[in-house]
Structures are given as C-alpha cells and as structure tokens.
Write a protein that binds this ligand. Structure first.
Ligand code: THU
Length: 130
C-alpha cells in the first residue's frame, strides 16, 4: 500500500486531538507519527493535577510506538486548535530526535489542516547527543 500523504498525516493528528485530556490548560493537542514501515502511531496530551506529570501529545505518540516495537520515524504531524502551526516543546524535540530517521520531517499543523514543514536541524540545532 502507498505511504500516507502529509495532508492525511495531519488529518490523523486532528482526529487524535479529540482524545486529548487537557482540563487544566484547555489546550488540546494531537500528534501522528509515521514509522519507517509506513505505520502511523497517534498521541494526544494527557494532563495531570500535578502539572509536571503531564505528557505532551508528541511524547505520548513516541512512547506508544516505541513500546509497540517501532523505533524509527520519518515524520510527525502536530496540531492544536489554534489557527497557527503547532510547534513541539523543547523536551518533545529532544525525544523526537532520539528516534528520528535521517530526513525526519515535522509537519506543524494549523487547525484547518494546512501545515508548515520543518527539518530536525531547523527545530533543534546543536542538539545534545550522548
Ligand atoms: N503540549 C503538547 O501536547 N505538545 C506540545 O508540543 C506543546 C504543549 C501540551 C502540554 C499541555 O497539556 C498543554 O499542551 C499546554 O502546554
């Protein structure tokens, strides 16, 4: 089967956003990760009354995918309910880098499904590596 299109990956992230648990911030986020084999793994933000325990949508997607045996990703789509592109926080950028295949792309989506594309070098230059 053909690989999912970028526009469809953003649509999957919009669908994943419907599961967001964000009663404290009121800022639901959805993410869709494209694995090297073409499979798609979703995530949403899951908040907690102890705010520091909150998990962002991107990291939810990564943890779900990696715990299912997927470790290399080609792209991630991220969307909030805002009209501007949704960009991952710093912690999520570092976690995405950990599992990014060469050429990894961020599709920073707007609520209407349009998006801007970024490379890993653009969103996390001079990254920490071990
Ligand atoms: N959030 C994400 O899910 N992803 C991001 O990249 C930025 C922030 C969530 C965390 C929290 O639930 C809410 O958005 C407000 O920060």
């Amino acid at each position: 089967m053909d690989r999912i299109t970028d526009a469809d990956l953003v649509r999957v992230a919009i669908e994943a956003r419907t599961h967001a648990y964000a009663p404290y911030s009121g800022f639901p986020v959805g993410a869709a990760l494209l694995a090297e084999d073409g499979s798609v793994h979703t995530g949403c933000n899951v908040e907690c009354a102890s705010f520091g325990a909150t998990c962002c949508a991107e990291r939810t997607a990564v943890v779900k995918a990696v715990s299912g045996g997927y470790r290399r990703f080609l792209a991630v789509a991220v969307v909030s309910e805002r009209p501007e592109p949704c960009l991952p926080c710093g912690i999520c950028r570092q976690v995405l880098l950990e599992f990014a295949a060469p050429g990894f792309r961020l599709l920073a989506g707007r609520a209407d499904g349009t998006f801007e594309e970024y490379g890993m070098q653009e969103i996390l230059p001079n990254a920490f590596v071990l």
